[in-house]
Ligand binder design. Structure first.
Ligand code: FAD
Length: 663
């Protein structure tokens, strides 16, 4: 149970007490508060984030001029040019082993630093972010994480300096989310000591592959490995795609996915292989090897566990995508909030025209989204800090489900936020010169790639259930059912703690409901209690399917919505707790401002799932009414610091690149 205690806050709607009251006309906000807020947002790697902001002043950063009529080829060429600029900056080296040209942090490859680089690339051109993510995160990351010394020596120098451009070819036309069932084959031929990589049917064609249509020279191809007549599941191999002149090598057919809903600068393509032969050493053999005579060996016995270990080794890509999406949301909010502090519509009671942000409905549109963006930023920073540090199986599993959950939550929020900001800017928001429509097109697919969000949330639920079982010890079915019903030791204590805090709202004497809802412990308990309740119900439900594989599959299928609810509830709790820890780190006036923003975040989150809290008797209708008016008041309170809160994202004017912000 979280027990974060936050110092007393100014009442919602009152002044922050800071020196900052942002200029209501949208002029520059007082710097002190902005700097203090940025310091909290910079999280565990402030120097790196500051250095990146400086490095991003380079020509290769910043969005494409979206209103400039460029054809697809010109946009792709420009993104490649920017990619070369990024490679030249040396930032691509962060995250790779120092002995192969990477930069060390605390004596080892700086994996968590690399996540921050890609997160912050999301403040600029998302085509560059995605193309770079494919090159160094997915392609380079796979060579590093799945390959061994000989692959690192042979490939990493060219990957790092950008002279060897590559692809990550996992998805097929027939199988995207269900990667274990993909159809491309890699059959070992001991006579020549080669693998034969083949596309046996049209649905086995690799699809949507970044860098494939134009620039990639080599791909990490995921295929079903077969040796000595035995299938061993999905493995990754390095397969050449193009020769030095850029022509497809014999046996490789390359197609172009053509124009997309966004990310115009990324050359997504399709790959088919007609019995392409690659040497035995092309297998990325960290988790499984094939000897020259075809003998297969792996330190991991179970094919299933081996597969998930390989996928788990690629976790940083997933964390990076979530971070970049949150950055895109920050750009959109910077544009929309600043616009709302300049534009006026309709006279108010005093006859002067009202700023958009002084319309309560407009505040409701933007400020809860702003609060959630802060929450997800803080959670992102904590998860980024975990990348590359997990010491044991439980730590790795936890990182994997947090990465999946945060990716799903952050990308869904970013897509909603960019759309909200587009609408919040009215007609101007629809013009390409104001960045938002392009940003919306670019960020849209973040909900799908690096794992479809719905599929990822199911992984989160499974991870939570596994943790839950470990928490309870290895109990038999009956024991688990009893335990999840809240009848054992520590769990019961936790549960009672959360429930008694939650009851404070129901049992508050008239007039004290607001105070109860503003109590930080109560707020966090409301979210923790919902998560626990949903998860326990899910565990009970799934335990009914035990005993037969078919029964378990049927029960699990019927419980999909329940799994999604458990995952979402868990991620809401995770984000709110990260936010509460960030409030404690905040100094000076930033603490009160963030504390109020956290109030808004938690209460708006509860309001968004009000039906659950009412149906499960955590709130009664009277408390629900108080909650609604409190959210309104908190929006009014946060509005005073809105300019400082968006300025703290440190989105340079050149990166926001919206005409409507210029005079
Ligand atoms: C622009 C772009 C770039 C990409 N880049 C790459 C790349 O470089 N390399 C690469 O390998 N791949 C890449 N991809 C592929 C991407 O990873 C896949 O599109 C993604 O994994 C989803 O797979 P799918 O498209 O086959 O969708 P599907 O798996 O067919 O999913 C379609 C829908 O069905 C739902 N669904 C599927 N399974 C379940 C389930 N079990 N329960 C409930 N709902 C379910 C999903 O939620 C989704 O709404 C890219 C895709 C795009 C669009």
């Amino acid at each position: 149970m979280p027990t974060t205690v936050v110092p007393a806050r100014p009442a919602p709607g009152s002044s922050s007490g800071s020196s900052t009251a942002a200029d209501p006309a949208g002029g520059p906000a007082a710097g002190e508060l902005t700097d203090l807020l940025t310091a909290v947002l910079d999280g565990h790697r402030p120097e790196l984030r500051r250095a990146l902001r400086e490095a991003f002043r380079a020509e290769w950063f910043g969005p494409d001029a979206a209103d400039e009529p460029l054809d697809l080829e010109a946009r792709r060429a420009r993104t490649l040019e920017r990619l070369r600029g990024f490679a030249g900056s040396g930032l691509t080296r962060i995250g790779f082993p120092p002995e192969h040209g990477g930069t060390a942090h605390e004596g080892r490859a700086d994996l968590s630093g690399s996540v921050i680089v890609y997160e912050m690339l999301g403040l600029g051109d998302l085509s560059l972010m995605v193309k770079a993510g494919v090159q160094w995160g997915l392609f380079g990351g796979a060579v590093q994480a799945l390959g061994t010394e000989r692959h690192h020596r042979a490939y990493l120098p060219g990957i790092l300096d950008g002279s060897l451009l590559g692809c990550f070819a996992m998805t097929e036309s027939g199988h995207g989310s269900d990667v274990q069932r993909l159809r491309t084959t890699a059959v070992y031929d001991p006579a020549t000591e080669e693998f034969v990589v083949h596309t046996p049917e049209p649905t086995a064609r690799k699809d949507y592959i970044g860098n494939a249509a134009r620039d990639g020279r080599v791909a990490v191809v995921f295929a079903q490995l077969e040796t000595r007549g035995e299938a061993h599941g999905v493995h990754a191999l390095l397969v050449p795609l193009r020769d030095d002149d850029g022509r497809p090598v014999p046996g490789v057919t390359i197609g172009d996915c053509g124009p997309k809903g966004g990310l115009a600068g990324v050359d997504n393509g399709r790959l088919s292989f007609d019995r392409v032969r690659v040497p035995r050493t092309a297998l990325l053999d960290r988790y499984a090897a094939v000897a020259s005579d075809g003998t297969y060996s792996s330190p991991i016995d179970s094919a299933n566990r081996r597969f998930f270990t390989m996928i788990g080794a690629l976790v940083r890509g997933r964390v990076s995508v979530g971070g970049a999406a949150t950055s895109a949301g920050k750009v959109a909010l910077t544009i929309a909030v600043r616009h709302a502090l300049r534009r006026r519509q309709f006279p108010g009671p005093d006859g002067t025209e009202t700023l958009l942000l002084d319309h309560p409905a407009h505040r409701r549109k933007l400020l809860p989204a702003l609060a959630r963006t802060y929450a997800l930023s803080f959670a992102q920073d904590e998860v980024a800090a975990l990348v590359g540090t997990a010491a044991d199986e439980a730590g790795r599993r936890r990182l994997e489900y947090l990465a999946a959950g945060l990716k799903a939550t952050a990308t869904a929020h970013a897509v909603r936020t960019v759309q909200t900001c587009r609408e919040a800017c009215g007609g101007a928001g629809y013009l390409a010169e104001n960045r938002l429509p392009v940003l919306r097109g670019d960020v849209d697919v973040f909900t799908t790639f690096e794992g479809d969000n719905t599929v990822l949330l199911q992984l989160v639920a499974k991870g939570l259930l596994t943790d839950h079982r470990h928490h309870l010890g290895e109990l038999d079915a009956l024991g688990t059912a009893r335990a999840v019903a809240g009848q054992v030791g520590g769990l019961l204590a936790e549960r009672i703690g959360a429930r008694s805090l939650v009851r404070r709202v129901r049992e508050a004497v008239p007039g004290r409901t607001r105070a109860a809802l503003l109590d930080r412990e109560v707020q966090l308990a409301l979210l923790a209690d919902r998560e626990q309740h949903v998860l326990e119900g899910l565990a009970r439900r799934l335990s009914r399917g035990r005993g037969s594989t078919q029964g378990a599959a049927e029960v699990a299928a019927a419980a999909q919505e329940h799994m999604l609810a458990a995952a979402r509830a868990a991620m809401d709790r995770v984000a709110a707790e990260s936010f509460a820890r960030a409030v404690e780190r905040a100094e000076g006036p930033a603490r009160g401002v963030l504390s109020r923003l956290l109030d808004l975040h938690v209460l708006a989150t509860i309001e968004a799932d009000l039906a659950w809290f009412l149906v499960h008797d955590r709130l009664d209708p009277a408390a629900a009414r108080v909650l609604g008016s409190l959210v309104d008041d908190l929006c009014a309170g946060v509005r005073r610091d809105a300019r400082a809160l968006v300025d703290a994202f440190a989105v340079d004017d050149a990166w926001a690149a919206a005409e409507l912000l210029t005079d």
